[in-house]
Design a protein around this ligand. Structure first.
Ligand SMILES: [Fe+2]
Length: 301
């Protein structure tokens, strides 16, 4: 597989294109005003859960915007058999909405009859690697596409782990052909919580395999951080985003905001900030490549 969804057109997105998470409280405004947002990320569970986005709304948004599908329920790190009902629904949604990317997380979210909304951590061992690699291959074969796997934030580490998360993800890319969804906020939360370097995490990843980037806000509990997605992106995460951009190959970037959803204008404001940083970094990497006289665009902030 070459990274594009089989049988689907190329994304058409420009390099480092900054999209927004699609939230039900914003959909009417989006459909009425058609803001210049290059793409939206849709949480699959928002569509399938009772009371979530209804199909007509999602179809109307898709008519005007590319979407990516972000999942919580593949449970690639789980020990139960893969949930084929869930994957069948996802396969139908891929056919119906033709997303530019499909992603889930390096974690488990299901055990027996229990479905969790939390992204539960896994020991990073050779045994879990073989188990997860096999499940990713099964999922990709069934869906007929490459999927992206996202690094997660965590609040504990396993003594049994034999490699770090970046090494684990890199090996998964080699083993399965999957891509990486790089969540820069998660990398920073883990740096704070566990004391290792987020820059080293980024340095270890095969940057060519990064198919999407997440930026989000965390909740500061003073001696630890929670990946709450209920705030603006913080300065250390913006700085880490700028570090990543030195090496970036142009993967789409998402402003991820899942709780305490603000006015849509706040999300647009965060996206504009990301775009300013992308322009500034691009100008320093490729002098003369970026216009700085565009009204409303500040080249230095
Ligand atoms: Fe994320």
């Amino acid at each position: 597989m070459n990274g594009q969804l089989a049988g689907l057109p190329a994304t058409g997105l420009s390099k480092n294109s900054v999209g927004l998470g699609l939230r039900s409280s914003h959909i009417d405004q989006i459909l009425q005003q058609r803001p210049e947002v290059p793409w939206f990320e849709v949480l699959m569970e928002n569509h399938t859960a009772r009371g979530g986005l209804i199909a007509d709304q999602l179809a109307a948004v898709r008519e005007h915007y590319p979407i990516s599908l972000h999942c919580l329920g593949m449970s690639i790190g789980g020990v139960d058999p893969l949930n084929m009902d869930y994957l069948a629904t996802l396969k139908w949604m891929i056919k119906q909405y033709q997303p530019v990317q499909v992603s889930d997380h390096l974690c488990f979210t299901r055990y027996g009859k229990h479905q969790f909304n939390d992204l539960l951590p896994i020991p990073l061992t050779t045994e879990s690697f073989q188990h997860i690699g096999s499940r990713i291959k099964q999922i990709q074969d069934y869906l007929g596409i490459r999927i992206l796997i996202e690094n997660v934030s965590s609040y504990l580490q396993f003594e049994a782990s034999e490699m770090n998360e970046a090494e684990f993800l890199s090996e998964l890319v080699s083993e399965t052909g999957c891509g990486i969804l790089l969540d820069i906020n998660n990398a920073y939360v883990n740096e704070f919580n566990h004391g290792y370097s987020a820059k080293a995490f980024i340095d270890t990843l095969p940057i060519d395999s990064v198919g999407e980037v997440h930026l989000a806000g965390y909740e500061d509990k003073s001696d630890y951080l929670i990946d709450a997605h209920n705030n603006r992106v913080t300065d250390p995460v913006w700085a880490l985003f700028e570090y990543y951009l030195q090496y970036a190959k142009g993967a789409p970037v998402l402003i991820e905001w899942d709780n305490d959803i603000p006015e849509f204008s706040v999300l647009l404001d965060e996206a504009e900030k990301a775009e300013r940083i992308i322009s500034r970094t691009s100008e320093s990497r490729f002098p003369g490549s970026v216009r700085t006289d565009v009204p409303g665009k500040c080249a230095t902030c």
